[in-house]
Design a protein around this ligand. Sequence first.
Ligand SMILES: Cc1cc2nc3c(=O)[nH]c(=O)nc-3n(C[C@H](O)[C@H](O)[C@H](O)COP(=O)(O)OP(=O)(O)OC[C@H]3O[C@@H](n4cnc5c(N)ncnc54)[C@H](O)[C@@H]3O)c2cc1C
Length: 450
Amino acid sequence: MTDVDVVIVGAGAAGLAAAKTVRAAGLSFKVVEAMDRIGGRAFTSSDHFGVPFDIGCAWLHAADRNPFFEEAKTADWTLHHHPMEVDHLYFGRTKAGETDEADMRDADAQLAKLLETYDGRDDRVSALLASGHAPRAAATFAGPMDFGVDYDEISVQDFRQAADLEPNYFTREGFGALVARWGADVPVELSTPVNKIRWDGNGVEIVTPRGWIRGRAVIVTASPAVLAFEEIDFFPDLPEAHMRAFFDLPMGLLTKIPVEITGTRLGLRPFEDLLIERPARHDVYFLCFPFDLDLMVGFVGGDFAWELSAAGEAAGVDFVVNRLVDIFGGDIRSHVRRSMMTNWAAERYVRGAYAAARPGRAGARDVLKQPVADKIFFAGEHLAGPLMQTCAGARLSGEAVALQLIERLNGGCPAVGTSQRREMGDKIQEPIRRSSVGPARDDQNGVQPT
Ligand SMILES: Cc1cc2nc3c(=O)[nH]c(=O)nc-3n(C[C@H](O)[C@H](O)[C@H](O)COP(=O)(O)OP(=O)(O)OC[C@H]3O[C@@H](n4cnc5c(N)ncnc54)[C@H](O)[C@@H]3O)c2cc1C
């Protein structure tokens, strides 16, 4: 049995940020992590292609508000500005004409405007969509490929709360590696899943297979899907409203299927974006040859991503290669080398990519911002305000919640020396809606480190 001020469940961006904030305030803490590594959904691996590849988050979104961006610059890592735009649009095997591409941009702008002025009851985003191929393509890019959810399962209120994520950057060394580097100074009990949290006595008791930890309070950063599934047994039960909120924030899914292509660039330039709209919503987006690596990174999202997770990696890779054959011809098969498919759906302690509220249930995020009995606090990407779903948002949420907790433990006094951190936490409150399809970008000839 260990006694600390604060126990932190999870060593992803939110948990690591909470730990650093609690430590800066001079409180004792313990971080317990189910996986055998830190970072959670931020994870870079060189195992598959011999170069860093982000299995989880990759874009440093909202770089002007993203604390990780400054760290990447300080570390002198290679950065590339990447506007989220569709450079090449296909309907099946057919290349879209310029009119279609312009229509897609118009549809996106129209959707943004409708969302801004919408004052009806919380509905599905699909209710605001015009019919036709181009509006559907815009919705695919903003829906499954970005929000991780099909557009008829996205809540209007939730979607409009999400921030514009420009400017977006990539780092060659990997976003996961950046989070691991930043979090390396935090002591973490790895491979230690929390099974139970007792909060019936003074403080909390955290039960793990390796023993108990007693704390004055706990910050839980597990995803709402993990909590809805009751991987952690709370005793006594959490209030009904909190349990309902976990259920109302199901995880969307984004799956990456990178394929190594050698000896040809297919007439594409590094970092171009290619979207293929297909029947039955079996759409796929490619990030082309990032950093001029031999990789075409396929992405599928929403229901189709769950379907491919069940079908397995071989089916996923075949699907992606067949789509490249559709467009670039059968010869491309002789250029295909290594491949893989991410599967966050099967990651027991995550269970998806990131949370999105059910239509009509956007208020679930506010419910989970309420601590239980002043000793169980929740943090993570799902509670990151307009930076929801992002790694920077998770970090800022962890900091903001830790500050809230410290203030409670200090009997209402803010933590000493935390004003700068408080400012950072405030950034997650900025309400600007996310936009997806920008204007045609000006020439970006190859890799442009800043
Ligand atoms: C495929 C994919 C692509 C993405 N792309 C981007 C992107 O480009 N840019 C971006 O900014 N964001 C992106 N994201 C989202 C981003 O990765 C997440 O928002 C962020 O990393 C979440 O951080 P977190 O701390 O809230 O949660 P997590 O990283 O999930 O951390 C929570 C931790 O809690 C642990 N845990 C859970 N249950 C228990 C338990 N019972 N006991 C102990 N530990 C437990 C988990 O193992 C995990 O490590 C992407 C995510 C995915 C999956």
